[in-house]
Design a protein around this ligand. Structure first.
Ligand code: APR
Length: 239
C-alpha cells in the first residue's frame, strides 16, 4: 500500500494535558474571560493594556509548559509517513508552539502564534517571548504603541486557508484532534474533506459538534489515543 497523504487539524484539546487551558470545556478560558473583551480588534483598541495582560499571562504559561505525548506522536507520524513516501500536513488552531517543540517541522498556525508580535504600524512580525505593552517599540520601524500579539482575533481572517484547502483536496485522510468543531472555518474542514471523498477521523475527549460527519471516531485523552492512532498509521504505511 502506498503511504497516505494525511491532513491533521489540531485544537486546544491536544495541549490540554500540557497544562494549557482549552476554551469551551468547563473552567475553560471563555468561561473565565469574555472573548469579546480580549480577543477582538475592537477590544484591543478599547483597552490595549488589558489585552496585553491577558496574552502576557498566556505567554508565560506557554513558556512554562512542555509538549505532551500527543504532540510527540504527531511529529513521529510525520517522520514515519515521510520515510514511507507519504506526507503529513499539520494545521493547528492553537497559538502555542508545542507542535514545534515536539519536533514537527512545519506547522500551519491558522489562528496565528502567541510567541510572535505584529506591528500595526508597519506590519512586521517578530518573535516575542516576553511581555508586550502599549509602550513597546517595533524592532523594524522603531515606533511604539502599535505592537499586538500575532494572533487571529474574532472577526479577523485566519491564515493559510488556501494552502489548507489544497492539502485537504490532495489528502487520503483528514484527522481532527482535540477540537470542539465549533469555530469556523476550521469546523468546516471535515465537510470539505467528505465532499471530496477524503476519509475522515476524529480523535477527541468527547464527541465534537460535528462528530456525526466523521467516518471514524476515537475518544479519550489525546496523550493516550493519539500515540496509539499514530503507531497504527505508521505500521499500516510501512507494511
Ligand atoms: N484530549 C483530547 N481532547 C481534549 C482533551 C484531552 N485531554 N481535553 C479537552 N479536549 C477536547 C474537548 O472535548 C473539546 O472538544 O478539546 C476540545 C477543545 O475545544 P475548545 O475549547 O472549543 O477549543 P478549540 O476547538 O481549539 O477552539 C477553536 O476557538 O476561541 C477560538 O481561537 C480559539 O483556536 C480556538 C478556536
Amino acid at each position: 500500500m502506498t503511504a497516505p497523504n494525511v491532513v491533521v487539524l489540531t485544537g486546544a484539546g491536544i495541549s490540554a494535558e500540557s497544562g494549557l487551558g482549552t476554551f469551551r470545556d468547563p473552567g475553560g478560558l471563555w468561561e473565565k474571560f469574555d472573548p469579546y473583551e480580549l480577543a477582538t480588534p475592537e477590544a484591543c483598541a478599547r483597552d490595549p493594556a488589558k489585552v496585553h495582560a491577558f496574552y502576557n499571562l498566556r505567554r508565560k504559561d506557554l513558556i512554562a509548559s512542555r509538549p505532551n505525548a500527543a504532540h510527540l506522536a504527531l511529529a513521529e507520524l510525520e517522520r514515519g509517513l515521510d520515510a514511507a513516501g507519504g506526507r503529513l500536513t499539520l494545521v493547528t488552531q492553537n497559538i502555542d508552539d508545542l507542535h514545534e517543540r515536539a519536533g514537527s517541522p512545519r506547522v500551519l498556525h491558522m489562528h496565528g502564534e502567541l510567541l510572535k508580535a505584529r506591528c500595526a504600524r508597519c506590519g512586521a512580525t517578530a518573535r516575542c517571548d516576553g511581555d508586550l505593552s502599549i509602550n513597546a517599540a517595533c524592532a523594524a520601524c522603531a515606533r511604539a504603541g502599535g505592537l499586538r500579539p500575532h494572533v487571529v482575533w474574532f472577526g479577523e481572517f485566519p491564515f493559510h486557508l488556501e494552502e489548507i484547502a489544497d492539502a485537504i483536496a490532495a489528502a487520503d485522510l483528514f484527522a481532527s484532534i482535540g477540537t470542539s468543531g465549533s469555530v469556523y472555518p476550521a469546523a468546516a474542514f471535515v465537510s470539505e474533506a467528505k465532499a471530496l471523498d477524503v476519509r475522515t477521523v476524529e480523535l477527541n475527549l468527547e464527541p465534537s459538534d460535528n462528530a456525526d460527519v466523521f467516518d471514524e471516531r476515537r475518544y479519550g485523552a489525546a496523550s493516550r489515543i493519539v500515540p496509539a492512532w499514530a503507531e497504527a498509521m505508521i505500521s499500516r504505511a510501512t507494511t
